[in-house]
Design a binder for this molecule. Structure first.
Ligand SMILES: Cc1ncc(COP(=O)(O)O)c(C=O)c1O
Length: 431
């Protein structure tokens, strides 16, 4: 197949996400290995996006591919009410990466429905309705998840769900609280959250839903004590704390779960993406003992035809095992600390257009500004130009608003990381 043959089919018949359909000219991708993908005519790109920040283990990992093939031959599909060995193994493997005190895993088809079901659990456990989440967040594109989302994708008028309230999380570079230090930002953001809880009425709030590190919103590293403070507020007011690890979890930050670096334990953890790198669509909720026990005697009113799909389960077992035995999470941590962070710091000290760099592991952001002292975000047209220049240089970037997110697969090599960073550096030098 040529690129032209694919482009004659796909935009003609496929309705694409988050786009006006008319002028779309999507990149043709027909193969991939490790951190590289290529089109139908052999042009190769270094993937610094991991697609939608999900291909943590890289493309074509042989162990995961073989596990899916073997499972397809043995049993390609089976309903969720059955007992399936791979499903048990997948849940056990996921729980082994969670903090102490977690008991069970509920499997979904992706991240949005993981949040959806976590919210439903919290509502049943508390008998309350409201869900608090931050303005700078993305939680998925289903009824409650899209309304919990704080960014522009949240539909006007809350037509899909009720009871969602938003607050500002910490973001020192653009502080809502006039803070000048991380410590100040943390204390003041927690004070703001306490006031929102009090004003809404604690007895009406079922859940607080937060990404440990807001991802699409800008890889916003929480300041010291913030997440532990959120945990303390949830304890004080009897609120279920749901941590969304869909993007940040399973290796991305150089930890198994991003929350591992922040010393707090939520009640429910939602996951998807990195758990099997999207080789088969899957997500889920890791459920604490307390909430799991609540549903021992009460029916959980929720389920999905493909919950715990055997192909997804086999891919999770293989992916987590490969990530462990091949030191893939450790690689993400080391590359982040030794290669990505120093290169980004250098860009920040060299180019005025770089306002701030931040992140951990293979989860970093470069925030671009037109005026450093005013911190004015670089405009959309210039960002689009940057994106095209990176693509021209065969780098697949993740560009979001005024930021370049540096999010290659966790398996990226030192050489590839240096190569991609040099391309970004080069493009920034032309601005
Ligand atoms: C933090 C977070 N939560 C939830 C989702 C939704 O996941 P999915 O697209 O698999 O439904 C995303 C997707 O980008 C995400 O980044």
């Amino acid at each position: 197949m040529s690129n032209a043959e694919t482009l004659a089919l796909d935009p003609a018949y496929v309705f694409h996400s988050w786009s006006a359909q008319g002028a779309l000219k999507p990149l043709v991708v027909s193969g991939g290995q490790g951190s590289q993908v290529w089109d139908a005519e052999g042009r190769t790109f270094l993937d610094f996006s991991s697609q939608l920040v999900n291909v943590n283990i890289g493309y074509g990992h042989p162990r995961v591919v073989e596990a899916i093939q073997a499972q397809a031959a043995a049993l390609a599909t089976i309903g969720p009410a059955t007992a399936n060995h791979e499903r048990g193994l997948a849940a056990q493997a996921i729980l082994s990466k969670a903090p102490a005190g977690f008991a069970k895993v509920f499997f979904t088809n992706g991240g949005a429905d993981a949040n959806e079901n976590a919210i439903r659990m919290a509502r049943h456990v508390t008998g309350r309705d409201k869900v608090l989440s931050t303005y700078r967040s993305y939680h998925g594109n289903t009824g409650a998840a899209i309304v919990a989302t704080g960014d522009w994708r949240r539909p006007a008028g809350n037509e899909y769900a009720v009871g969602h309230v938003h607050f500002f999380g910490p973001y020192l570079y653009r502080s809502e609280f006039w803070a000048t230090t991380p410590e100040e930002e943390s204390v003041r953001a927690l004070h703001h959250l306490r006031r929102v809880i009090e004003a809404e009425g604690p007895a009406t709030i079922a859940a607080l839903l937060v990404e440990s590190i807001p991802g699409t919103a800008g890889i916003l590293m929480p300041p010291p004590g913030y997440l532990a403070g959120v945990r303390a507020l949830c304890d004080e007011f009897g609120i279920v704390l749901i941590t969304d690890e869909v993007m940040a979890g399973f290796g991305r930050t150089g930890e198994w779960l991003a929350l591992d670096a922040f010393g707090y334990t939520p009640d429910l953890i939602t996951f998807a993406k990195g758990v099997n790198s999207g080789y088969v669509p899957v997500g889920g909720v890791i459920i604490s003992e307390r909430i799991s026990e609540f549903f021992d005697e009460r029916v959980f009113p929720g389920g999905l035809t493909y919950s715990g799909h055997p192909l997804a389960m086999a891919s999770i077992v293989a992916a987590l095992d490969a990530m462990e035995t091949e030191g893939i999470v450790a690689n993400a941590k080391r590359i982040g600390a030794e290669v990505i962070a120093p290169a980004l710091e250098k860009m920040a000290s060299t180019y005025d257009v770089v306002g701030e760099v931040r992140g951990s592991g293979v989860f970093h952001a470069i925030e671009l500004v037109s005026d450093r002292s005013a911190r004015a975000p670089l405009d959309a047209a210039t960002m689009a130009g940057i994106k095209s220049k990176l693509l021209e240089r065969n780098l697949l970037p993740f560009v979001q608003e005024n930021r370049i997110h540096v999010v290659p697969p966790c398996v990226v090599t030192d050489e590839e990381a240096h190569q991609g960073l040099a391309i970004i550096d080069d493009v920034l030098s032309t601005l």
